[in-house]
Design a protein around this ligand. Structure first.
Ligand code: ADE
Length: 223
């Protein structure tokens, strides 16, 4: 899979893509992630990419021309399965969406700033709009990092234990069960006996029961 990201703050994305699973996936060639500095695509002086909104009002708007220059120069190189704009008024991101996106070959993400991007970009280029939750971030970069992280870990080859991503919370609309590791007892707090029993079938049943209870208590809307 290849992910291209248009941003005015590529440095903000360096760290999330340079650690842990995403780092290893990139090293293994499972995914390629490329950031593109939007300011390099503006015809205006001093790298200007935003301007005052027509009709007045607070805040600046990212201009159509630098964005279109950047998108079209990338589209000359390859066809994108989705051109995604990260925005609080997009469709709320969830596990099924991550699963679907992880099967695509090329995706292009656009990170907005200020009051948003000129709507003509959304109308003519964007194929999908994603929000990572009902709150407003300063820019789309952190949302892009969240979306990329959740997608990359699902691509076969990213995670050593292939089963691991399938047993994540939300994969079966249930929250994950509690987990424990050594020691079996700490300050008198004991790990549930069943997990030490070695009886795999009973352990699986217990975990499923715990998942159901957790989901019922914390996120009944998922059931
Ligand atoms: N940009 C600003 N806030 C955002 C959000 N909640 N989700 C996606 N992109 C955003």
């Amino acid at each position: 899979m290849r992910i291209d990201i248009i941003t005015v703050l590529p440095e903000l994305l360096d760290s999330p893509f340079s650690h842990s699973i995403v780092k290893r996936a990139r090293e293994k060639g499972v995914v390629e992630i490329h950031t593109h500095q939007l300011r390099n695509f503006t015809p205006f002086k001093h790298g200007q990419i935003d301007d005052y909104p027509f009709g007045g009002g607070a805040g600046m708007v990212m201009m159509v021309e630098p964005l279109v220059n950047c998108i079209e120069s990338l589209q000359k190189e390859r066809k994108y399965d989705e051109v995604i704009f990260l925005t609080p008024d997009g469709e709320t991101f969830d596990q099924p969406m991550a699963n679907r996106l992880s099967t695509l070959k090329n995706i292009l993400l656009i990170c907005g700033h200020y009051k948003g991007i000129d709507d003509r970009v959304r109308e003519h280029f964007v194929t999908k709009e994603i929000s990572i939750g009902d709150y407003v971030l300063s820019g789309g970069e952190l949302a892009a990092a969240v979306v990329c992280d959740s997608i990359v870990r699902l691509i076969p080859g990213s995670i050593g234990d292939e089963m691991s991503a399938l047993t994540d919370s939300f994969q079966d609309n249930l929250l994950a069960p509690p987990v424990y590791t050594r020691p079996a007892e700490f300050r008198g707090w004991k790990v549930p006996d069943i997990l030490l029993s070695g009886h795999q079938k009973n352990i699986e049943n217990w975990r499923h029961q715990q998942s159901l209870e957790r989901t019922q208590n914390r996120r009944p809307d998922l059931l």
